[in-house]
Design a protein around this ligand. Structure first.
Ligand SMILES: NC(=O)c1ccc[n+]([C@@H]2O[C@H](COP(=O)([O-])OP(=O)(O)OC[C@H]3O[C@@H](n4cnc5c(N)ncnc54)[C@H](OP(=O)(O)O)[C@@H]3O)[C@@H](O)[C@H]2O)c1
Length: 254
């Protein structure tokens, strides 16, 4: 049983999908939680209400993780209202699904700022709090098979995930001696708002049945949240700079 009572967790992009599942897992494990969103205020409020109903303290912050000022304000809010930050999950991501041949500078900047540069801004602002966590501070970054495999229409996001995975390892090197672990969860395909927009989504969801090695059990947001919860817990104190793949075995199936 993982008990995070007394800890405070921030999950970027937790109004929906995998981020929402992580926020709820932390609350179920006893942590107080800060929910972050950029456009889905109503959904974020609903997640916050679910967390409050579990008896946890909750904050709900609109902050665009692509903007350094928004991040500084969000971390300032956490310091004022909660006085600590023990766990940070960088889950928010964007990018759009299109061929690289039609990708523009604007598309590139949006994906790289939201998915990659954000991790620099987040940890510059939050590491002083994470270093003072009870036990070791924990950072978990959401990544995908796009880091090392090619998927149709996924080049820009895949490239950004390769970059953020590398940044996470380098943050582990910089923060490890200062009491903070930084690890990565590489998730397989999960049906969420964003993946439902993937061209050929229905076929890809159906195709998982033949790739995964978990019988009828298909990967869901809660399964990814379970892996994030483990890496955020004291059970993973000696896991540093690593990637945990959660995909039901799909990536090793020829
Ligand atoms: N789903 C998959 O199959 C899969 C597989 C591997 C990895 N992943 C990774 O897992 C993470 C979550 O994926 P998902 O499918 O759950 O995504 P999703 O359903 O599209 O949700 C994305 C979340 O990120 C937030 N967000 C987007 N841009 C933001 C910004 N600039 N600032 C703050 N929040 C922002 C959204 O907030 P709003 O609602 O306010 O827009 C939303 O809460 C991503 O990093 C993704 O790359 C997903």
């Amino acid at each position: 049983m993982i008990d995070l009572t007394g800890k405070v967790a921030l999950v970027t992009g937790s109004s929906r999908g995998i981020g929402r599942a992580c926020a709820l897992r932390f609350a179920e494990a006893g942590a107080d939680v800060v929910v972050n969103y950029v456009t889905s205020g109503r959904e974020a409020d609903a997640v916050a209400a679910e967390i409050a109903a579990l008896g946890r303290r909750v904050g709900c912050v609109r902050a665009d993780v692509a903007e350094e000022e928004d991040i500084a304000e969000m971390i300032g809010f956490i310091e004022r209202e909660f006085g600590r930050l023990d766990i940070l999950v960088h889950n928010a991501a964007t990018g759009g699904f299109r061929p690289l041949a039609v990708t523009t500078q604007r598309h590139f900047d949006a994906a790289m700022h939201t998915n990659v540069l954000s991790l620099i801004h987040l940890l510059k602002a939050a590491s002083p709090l994470l270093e003072r966590a009870t036990g070791r501070g924990k950072v978990v970054v959401l990544s995908s098979h796009g880091t090392h495999m090619a998927l149709p229409m996924y080049g820009l996001i895949g490239g950004s995930k390769a970059a953020v995975t590398s940044l996470a390892r380098h943050w582990a090197l910089e923060l490890g001696d200062r009491g903070v672990n930084v690890n990565i969860v590489e998730a397989g395909l999960v049906e969420t708002d964003s993946t439902r927009r993937l061209p050929g989504a229905a076929e890809m969801f159906a195709g998982r049945k033949f790739k995964t090695m978990t019988g009828e059990r298909m990967l869901a947001a809660g399964d990814v949240a379970d892996a994030v919860l483990f890496l955020a817990s004291p059970l993973a104190d000696l896991v540093q700079g690593q990637t945990l793949v959660v995909d039901g075995g799909a990536a090793v199936h020829v």
